[in-house]
Design a protein around this ligand. Structure first.
Ligand SMILES: [Zn+2]
Ligand SMILES: [Zn+2]
Length: 258
């Protein structure tokens, strides 16, 4: 399998979930022989089919938090991988609110689908999980889901950071400093700040400090889609000097040469 990232969906937030002007199926990382499905929100299986991704090759699911646009299709993708539980396999890395539930709500992961996985890791900020030559470390966020985490994924060749949903903070750039590729959830354009997410201006500050080789903006709300993420990515690239891509549904980013 070629090392690459494929975006099944690039939408986020309540409005885009409801109108699906961008899909919300998450993204797939192929790295060092592993296929990793990150944040399988609504549309994950439909878009995998549309973009010719073989979901039976997924070995690892990473679900950052218990918001519907990130977790809704987790049982469906486990079902697809295991053929309805016939073949026990797959690894889930996620947070307690998804796996065990909270005082206020039941877990997103059904007991049956948990039982057909090979392994299930419940993580909090700072925890690391090693799978073969891959290492996932849960990174901090500031969001309206207290258990939410991003990740730093490291292989012998590459490091990929994923912010998940968060506002900007000093802790954020210190955590990701030195990663080669940074995937940044950018809900809103320009200086349009929101209390739980980053806008383009926050992303410029973040990239300036982290200095990745490649930045990918992702998880666009309705205002961002209207503003056109391509223009926002261009703005970020001009201001920071860092190569910046606006993710699009179906976009494949090759990791060769990085
Ligand atoms: Zn979200
Ligand atoms: Zn969220």
């Amino acid at each position: 399998m070629e090392d690459k990232i494929t975006f099944l969906g690039t939408g986020g937030g309540r409005v885009v979930v409801s109108n699906q002007i961008r899909s919300t199926g998450g993204f797939m990382i192929n790295l060092a022989g592993h296929q990793i499905h990150v944040d399988p929100g609504p549309g994950a299986l439909v878009k995998a089919r549309e973009f010719n991704i073989d979901t039976s090759r997924t070995g690892i699911f990473f679900v950052s938090h218990a918001h519907l646009d990130h977790v809704n299709d987790i049982n469906a993708v486990i079902d697809a991988l295991t053929l309805g539980g016939v073949h026990k396999k797959g690894i889930l890395i996620s947070v307690p609110s998804v796996i065990e539930g909270t005082d206020a709500d039941i877990p997103w992961l059904r007991k049956f689908h948990r039982s057909v996985l090979d392994e299930c890791f419940s993580i909090r900020v700072g925890d690391s999980v090693k799978i073969g030559e891959l290492s996932f470390t849960a990174t901090p966020t500031k969001h309206d889901e207290p258990m939410n985490v991003g990740f730093k994924l490291e292989s012998s060749k590459l490091s990929i950071g994923y912010t998940s949903d968060t506002t900007y903070s000093g802790e954020l750039w210190r955590t990701f400093k030195g990663v080669k590729i940074l995937i940044i959830n950018t809900l809103r354009p320009g200086k349009d700040r929101w209390k739980t997410h980053m806008c383009t201006e926050d992303v410029i500050r973040l990239i300036d400090k982290v200095h990745p080789e490649l930045a990918i903006i992702h998880h666009f709300g309705a205002k961002m889609v209207r503003a056109n993420p391509l223009y926002e990515a261009r703005k970020i690239q001009t201001r920071t000097g860092i190569r910046t891509i606006a993710a699009a549904d179906g976009l494949v980013v090759s990791l060769k040469g990085l």
